[in-house]
Write a protein that binds this ligand. Structure first.
Ligand code: ZN
Length: 110
């Protein structure tokens, strides 16, 4: 992976294509580019034991998302609502946009 970053970005909707969470969909909360991992809302939940702290007196078991490797994820296009591969398109002003390879629509919202 070069400095260009990952094809998946924060706030994208993704679907899991491999592993025990296969078929689940969620919104990307966080991207860890160095590890090529992504945190997806309500996907790949793991239980952690939380010790009581001053903030959280109760402690006990909490559930939180664990990051997934990007190779297990596919972007869901907002236009055609299907998992898709990403293409690149360079606009006249030099901006590089991500495009859906299914419908050709620009995926980036901004
Ligand atoms: Zn599409």
């Amino acid at each position: 992976m070069t400095g260009a970053g990952l094809a998946i970005r924060k706030n994208d909707t993704v679907v899991v294509i491999a592993g025990r969470e296969k078929g689940k969909r969620g919104k990307v909360l966080f991207v860890l580019p160095a590890k090529e991992r992504v945190l997806v809302e309500r996907v790949n939940m793991v239980k952690r034991h939380q010790r009581p702290t001053q903030k959280l007196r109760q402690g006990g078991i909490i559930e939180r998302e664990a990051p997934l490797h990007v190779s297990n994820l596919m972007l869901v296009c907002g236009k055609c609502d299907k998992p898709t591969r990403i293409g690149k398109q360079v606009l006249a002003n030099g901006r590089r946009m991500r495009v859906c390879k299914r419908c050709g629509e620009i995926v980036d919202k901004s």
